[in-house]
Design a protein around this ligand. Structure first.
Ligand code: NAD
Length: 469
């Protein structure tokens, strides 16, 4: 769907008019394109005292196309960083210039043990923020507060959330800010998450906190970063259109064979979207009682590595006016069907060990929404599923996570009355709706073989929406 306002204020005439009468000007976000370099430009790196993640960071930076420079906050650690060829120079604000060419700012806060040491974060972002270019990236690395040794350290690490969320709101110009808490011994599992958050693939993910955990007794699997899902099979429900079609395309682009499922009534559209991906189209109503067994049977012979529960519906009415059928069908399709399908795939071993489950929730499930008691209940239930099942699935090295989209431009949101639709679009740090591809790329990151340390989490794809913030 078209965002007429965004297009207008980014035209030469519209930009002049917006400037002269002070209208907000949402940035055209830089999104991933296969024909453009994914990692390009200068990364400025800062650190609090005794940073512990520079080694892991050095590994990632050295494998991407970035050049990096150290801010003076990281200067004390230059010898360590240089050992890995991480820092090629020092950050000089004059060189980068205001609104300059810096592509990303990364601050390693993992060594911060007391709130007084947060001053280093002030020094780094105070000096560097204005040098960050359009669609730039801010990443702060820390330690999970709940795993900290004492209350002082827990407090200081928890404080980073407020910093990152504020930077996301202050930066504007399509810039995103995210916090990655890395557990002790999880350094070797951080690369896929860092790459995603540094890449244009995460264009609409901002103000998020991602936890990367250790993965016991597991060698990181071998894969090719350019086609990490090669040889894998991925099921996507609701794949005929909208976000589901975009997820199918993103997983196929990463090398997966995609099995798209949608309603028998949507078979024509499903066939058309899946044929382009050389995938397999299956017509099932996922809410039908026999569907889980039939889906498991259809997949059983070759098994499956990735399951994406995307199919969903809305039937909006305030609860006093809502029919029982509208309540029931939304809970059944959006939540209970996911549970039944996973039960069937897990019981039969159809979903292989080491696999991935990604569920599509919604920020309505986090915040609740007027007229959406059924939908918000179902989507909050999806979050409960992810949080409750993660520990059980660890034994089989299966991860389960949720994405919670905010306002995404699809046929579902096209049905929203204009005034509410405009509010939904603008009430976020990027002042615009997201695209289906933004959700799809986030799903692809969670489905990535390198994301083994990310489980039980909810990642909002909402441009840091004020709703449910
Ligand atoms: P959409 O209506 O465009 O597409 C949903 C797809 O699911 C359709 O192809 C539909 O036929 C299929 N589907 C519905 N019920 C089914 C069933 N019983 N069996 C099989 N397939 C079924 O919706 P969308 O905007 O692409 O949303 C996709 C998911 O993202 C949904 O779960 C939705 O709740 C969620 N979401 C969307 C937004 C948004 O802004 N668009 C925001 C938050 C969450």
């Amino acid at each position: 769907m078209n965002d007429t306002y965004l297009n207008f204020v980014n035209s030469p005439f519209g930009a002049r008019l917006a400037r002269s009468i002070g209208l907000p000007k949402p940035e055209v976000l830089r999104r991933y394109r296969a024909d453009q370099p994914e990692f390009d430009g200068l990364v400025a790196i800062g650190a609090g005292r005794e940073p512990q993640l520079l080694d892991a960071l050095a590994d990632v930076i050295s494998r991407t196309g970035f050049t990096s420079v150290a801010h003076q906050s990281a200067g004390l650690w230059m010898p360590l960083a240089n050992r890995h060829g991480l820092m090629t120079g020092r950050f000089e604000p004059a060189e980068a210039g205001p609104h300059g060419s810096v592509a990303a700012l990364i601050f390693d806060a993992s060594g911060i043990e007391d709130s007084s040491q947060l001053d280093a974060a002030y020094a780094f972002f105070h000096d560097t923020l204005r040098s960050l270019g359009k669609s730039g990236r801010i990443i702060v690395l820390g330690r999970p507060p709940e795993a900290c040794a004492n209350p002082r350290q827990w407090t200081a690490q928890r404080a980073l959330e407020g910093l990152v969320r504020s930077l996301g709101k202050e930066a504007r110009r399509g810039i995103t800010a995210n916090l990655v808490y890395v557990e002790a011994d999880a350094q070797s599992h951080v690369e896929a998450s860092l790459r995603f958050l540094l890449s244009p693939r995460s264009a609409y993910v901002s103000g998020q906190v991602v936890r990367v955990g250790a993965v016991p007794a597991m060698q990181p699997p071998a894969f090719d970063w350019t086609r990490p899902l090669a040889g894998q099979r991925a099921v996507v429900t609701g794949a005929a259109r909208g976000i589901g079609a975009a997820i199918a395309a993103a997983l196929a682009a990463e090398g997966a064979h995609v099995i798209g499922i949608d309603m028998p009534s949507a078979l024509e559209a499903l066939d058309a979207s899946i044929r382009q991906l050389s995938g397999t189209a299956l017509a099932f109503d996922i809410a039908a009682p026999e569907a889980p067994a039939q889906i498991a049977a259809a997949l059983d012979e070759l098994g499956v590595d990735i399951v994406v529960h995307n199919a969903g519906i809305t039937k909006d009415k305030t609860i006093a006016k809502m029919s029982e059928a509208a309540w029931h069908s939304v809970i059944d399709i959006n939540l209970a069907a996911q549970e039944r399908i996973d039960d069937a795939l897990l019981a039969a071993g159809t979903l292989r060990d080491g696999g991935r489950i990604v569920c599509v929730s919604s920020i309505s499930g986090i915040a609740g929404n007027m007229g959406q008691a059924n939908y918000a209940t179902s989507k909050a239930g999806v979050l409960g599923r992810v949080q409750s099942m993660a520990a059980h699935l660890k034994e089989r090295r299966i991860t389960i996570n949720a994405v919670a989209p905010g306002f995404i431009e699809t046929q579902m949101t096209a049905k929203i009355p204009l005034a509410i639709r405009e509010a939904g679009r603008r009430m976020n740090s990027l002042s615009q709706g997201g695209q289906p591809v933004d959700v799809a790329q986030t799903v692809a990151w969670l489905a990535h073989p390198g994301s083994a340390g990310v489980t039980g989490q909810v990642v909002r794809v909402c441009g840091q929406s004020l709703i449910g913030a």
